[in-house]
Design a protein around this ligand. Structure first.
Ligand SMILES: NC(=O)c1ccc[n+]([C@@H]2O[C@H](COP(=O)([O-])OP(=O)(O)OC[C@H]3O[C@@H](n4cnc5c(N)ncnc54)[C@H](OP(=O)(O)O)[C@@H]3O)[C@@H](O)[C@H]2O)c1
Length: 281
């Protein structure tokens, strides 16, 4: 089985369509968490997402990627409260130390904050020049935030926008995905299983997933991941501390759904009206 890869933004490096989230990965057994991440890497889930906010996740990842850093597309995030001109650089250097690496493949502003975007971006660009990050992006940016950012940086600099996207929360389909597609920005779906809200198997919508899964001989979660990554700009980063869950998720990396199956999921999980503001966790 081969994990599909996609450009991380227009002209960007090829990255595994299904990656590995790490929020709360530090809460269980540490050896199990390291083993799960390593299993994911073995199965091609080489996109690892973390953040300075995620407690001890960065040091756990350091153990998992030791000796195999070059395989990994490593992403971390600066907290908005640290995203000043100097604070962004300092936060990145802290993350590099905790991850025991000399560079990040992408560095994100975790959500829009109060420091001027021009300051955060100037620091990101300095980090690119010094080789500490290879690219930068944002997270939880709605289209008005993206427009403001584009005014500051121009085309071709924003690698990704990491946003909430799962079967029961499809708000980004209204405007954020089209905006990112127009501007060559990768859309990374976080909490693709709704954090802990995956559709119940006996619900009407859950049954639709089960039927499609049975037709492919896969799990409902694999069907969900395939749906969420059905467009070329989309990638997903499920989190799994259990190695069996990791293996299940990795197998979604080359599952393709038919137009009829996509339409059936679309009907079972209607995207609803556009909300006033972008939902986030
Ligand atoms: N940028 C942001 O603001 C933001 C916000 C939220 C999340 N994120 C990122 O997105 C990642 C994923 O989101 P998330 O952690 O909120 O939740 P999620 O990936 O939607 O769901 C994680 C839950 O699903 C379970 N799970 C995973 N694979 C499974 C499988 N194949 N079968 C059954 N259960 C499975 C996990 O269990 P086990 O752990 O027990 O295996 C865990 O309880 C985060 O870890 C983080 O990296 C970013």
């Amino acid at each position: 089985m081969v994990m599909n890869t996609r450009e991380f933004g227009s002209g960007g490096p090829k990255v595994s369509v299904i990656g590995q989230g790490t929020w709360f990965i530090d809460r269980g057994d540490r050896n199990d968490a390291v083993a799960a991440l390593c299993r994911g890497l073995d199965l091609g889930m080489t996109h690892i997402d973390t953040a300075e906010m995620y407690g001890e996740a960065e040091p756990v990842i350091a153990d998992a990627i030791a000796g195999r850093r070059d395989e990994v597309f490593l992403v971390s995030k600066v907290l908005p409260s640290n995203a000043s001109r100097r604070g962004t650089i300092a936060a990145c250097e802290r993350s590099l130390r905790r991850l025991k690496t000399d560079r990040l493949d992408c560095y994100l502003l975790h959500w829009p904050g109060s420091y001027p975007l021009a300051d955060t971006v100037a620091s990101f660009e300095d980090l690119v020049v010094s080789g500490k990050i290879r690219s930068w992006g944002v997270s939880n940016f709605d289209v008005d935030d993206l427009d403001e950012l584009l005014e500051v940086v121009g085309e071709g600099r924003i690698a990704c926008n990491q946003v909430l996207y799962h079967l029961q929360e499809r708000a980004i389909e209204h405007a954020v995905i089209p905006w990112c597609e127009r501007h060559g920005v990768a859309v990374v779906a976080y909490s693709p299983f709704g954090h802990n809200e995956f559709p119940a198997p006996r619900s009407d919508a859950g049954l639709v997933l089960q039927q499609i899964a049975a037709a492919h001989g896969v799990s409902p979660r694999q069907v969900a991941l395939a749906f969420l990554t059905r467009r070329p700009a989309l990638l997903a980063i499920p989190k799994a501390s259990a190695a069996a869950h990791v293996a299940d998720n990795a197998a979604a990396g080359n599952l393709a759904l038919s137009e009829a199956e996509i339409a059936a999921i679309d009907r079972a999980f209607p995207r609803g009206a556009r909300p006033r503001s972008l939902p986030m966790l």
